[in-house]
Design a protein around this ligand. Sequence first.
Ligand SMILES: Nc1ncnc2c1ncn2[C@@H]1O[C@H](COP(=O)(O)OP(=O)(O)O)[C@@H](O)[C@H]1O
Ligand SMILES: [Mg+2]
Length: 145
Amino acid sequence: MTVNSDGVFFLTGKDFANAGSASSNLKGILEKRGIPAEVIRRASIAAFEAEMNVIIYAVAGMMHYTITPETIKVVLQDMGPGIPDIGLAMQEGYSTAPDYIREMGFGSGMGLPNIKRNADKLTINSVVGEGTTVEFVISLERSGR
Ligand SMILES: Nc1ncnc2c1ncn2[C@@H]1O[C@H](COP(=O)(O)OP(=O)(O)O)[C@@H](O)[C@H]1O
Ligand SMILES: [Mg+2]
């Protein structure tokens, strides 16, 4: 019986043709494990938003996931511009997305707030000019939502 599992997806900045495929693959993995649909829904939304931020803002990155009987942990690490003011970036509606990104339907400034809302724990670390690490955890015990 599989108790823990983990894996990684590699992400390329501006690769809009494959955007969303890491979070969609992760969703499939969670479904195969028989994780409750509501937990999968929250994990998929958070993973998609974090994946899109790497595609939109960074040069390259990776999404690493760890699934245990207790938690789903997802870490997105990128090489990119970094986030100068994380508090500002967390505000609903704040976005630095350029027009061509908005024309594709992204850049509403709701991604990071959505991750926060859907995850049980969110940690963001960023160094300007180097990159950003976004880590979120969703609890599988007592899904208290
Ligand atoms: N991985 C990242 N690298 C650099 N900047 C980021 C990253 N993720 C988010 N940001 C910054 O935080 C802002 C808010 O992100 P988000 O809430 O997802 O909204 P949106 O992507 O719609 O702009 C972005 O506009 C961008 O300035
Ligand atoms: Mg976003």
